[in-house]
Design a protein around this ligand. Structure first.
Ligand SMILES: *Cc1c(COP(=O)(O)O)cnc(C)c1O
Length: 426
């Protein structure tokens, strides 16, 4: 279908093209029925992923001096908004300081384990800390990992792969931050810089990897492994809420707001939350007004058929982690009936939240990580809140709201200072 016909059929596109911040409520959102959803995975795959992460725990502790599992705190933000509000602080995740420490690290550990099992070098009963030795490093050095990234996925995959001894190549899109590239080069990762955006970097990365038999391409758009790594967060969040004695009920449901790029991270979290909390959780994604690829894909039900640039939306945003022009079709289809809605946020508003979090709570995040707050504010202001599934104003007021913070701990001090200065000026 040509652009004009699409715009005629889907009037939301006009507002998107005008870079207007929007709240789109998913008309296909409905009661969860995962048993008949015909997905290629179930809750047992999430539990399997969690068990695998536990097997690797002794290795991770040795290789990274890790205290405890790769998990982020759940911080209460008292007084920021007139509802019970928490921040899921993935900006503080160990090893790579972003939500990509979930999916990215999990996928590489899974691949490493498969290689070792296939070569009879490891069993499930072994103490995986033996992987932190030269013999295993030498084994992994025969294999290559390739990934394309706007920055954080490359950082996560690069750090974990290099620690095991893999050769690593990271294809970076033009918006990737210089410090992320430098960090990777400093640990021996080969960084290939592209002048194109993320989607083109994926095509190039995949092509280079497919030419070699010992090369493994991490497919951000289609990987079920990445997805499961993200989904594990739902089990962890349930435990954290239990510990804090936060009850999730029909009258007091969970509202979760997650920044979205290509969709894998927030999609995996959304799927996991639906498995764990069912209809007592409502998940919203938030994208930059300049990169609303998931909104484009889901609102028009064309998924990855079009990119935002096809509608003259420029994909230029300070939120580098969300600067994706074409959404994952796999994710869009999977969450088609699970996702409550999508908000879009301007760069100026991201800066406003960034400054708020530093001033009030001394929490430092990268701009992408703050997008969730727009979702929260949209739902608090939406009147009445409705979709295919009824969500009442009372449920919003009595509910527990969780803004997912997705990155920031590795941002160098001088860059963070620059962000804050820019925030003072908007
Ligand atoms: C990657 C990323 C996201 C979104 O994840 P996608 O899988 O691309 O949707 C959000 N925030 C930050 C900081 C990220 O790096």
């Amino acid at each position: 279908m040509n652009k004009e016909l699409m715009i005629e059929k889907h009037s939301i596109l006009k507002d998107m093209m005008a870079y207007k911040p929007l709240l789109w409520q998913n008309p296909r959102y409905e009661k969860t029925d995962l048993a008949t959803a015909e997905l290629d995975f179930t809750i047992s795959d999430i539990i399997d992923a969690e068990a695998r992460l536990r097997r690797f725990q002794p290795f991770l502790e040795k290789a990274f001096d890790l205290q405890g599992i790769i998990e982020s705190p759940l911080l209460e933000l008292e007084g920021y908004r007139p509802v019970k509000l928490f921040m899921k602080a993935d900006h503080a995740l160990p090893i790579s300081g972003s939500i990509k420490a979930r999916g990215g690290i999990y996928e590489i550990l899974r691949y490493a384990e498969q290689l070792l099992f296939k070569n009879n070098l490891l069993t499930i009963e072994d103490d995986y800390s033996i992987l932190n030795t030269q013999a295993f490093q030498k084994f992994f050095s025969r294999y290559e990992i390739v990934v394309s990234s706007t920055g954080n996925l490359g950082l996560s995959i690069g750090i974990i792969s290099a620690s095991l001894g893999f050769k690593v190549k990271v294809h970076m899109s033009h918006d990737a931050m210089t410090w992320k590239k430098e960090k990777l080069r400093s640990i021996g990762v080969e960084v290939i810089e592209h002048t194109s955006d993320y989607s083109q970097a994926v095509i190039e990365g995949r092509r280079a990897s497919d030419l070699k038999s010992n090369s493994y391409f991490v497919d951000d758009e289609n990987s079920i492994n990445l997805f499961m790594g993200y989904a594990v967060s739902a089990l962890r969040l349930r435990d954290q809420l239990d510990k804090l004695k936060v009850l999730v009920t029909d009258d007091s449901p969970l509202f979760v707001y997650i920044p979205c790029g290509v969709g894998g991270g927030p999609g995996g979290v959304c799927y996991g939350l639906k498995e764990v909390f069912g209809d007592r959780v409502h998940v919203y994604f938030v994208e930059p007004t300049h990169s609303p690829c998931m909104l484009l894909g889901m609102a028009t039900e064309t998924h990855d058929e079009y990119c935002v640039q096809d509608f003259d939306i420029d994909n230029i945003t300070i939120a580098d982690g969300l600067a994706v022009g074409r959404a994952s079709k796999f994710v869009g289809k999977t969450i088609d009936k699970m996702l409550a809605g999508i908000s879009t946020v301007s760069d100026d508003t991201l800066y406003k939240y960034l400054k708020d979090m530093v001033d009030r709570y001394q929490i430092k995040q990268e701009p992408s990580a703050l997008a969730g707050f727009q979702g929260l504010d949209d739902i608090l202001n939406a009147d009445p809140v409705h979709g295919h599934m009824t969500i009442t104003k009372e449920q919003v007021q009595n509910g527990t709201h969780i803004v997912w913070s997705t990155g920031g701990n590795m941002v160098p001090e001088d860059i963070m200072t620059k962000y804050y200065r820019n925030a003072q000026e908007v």
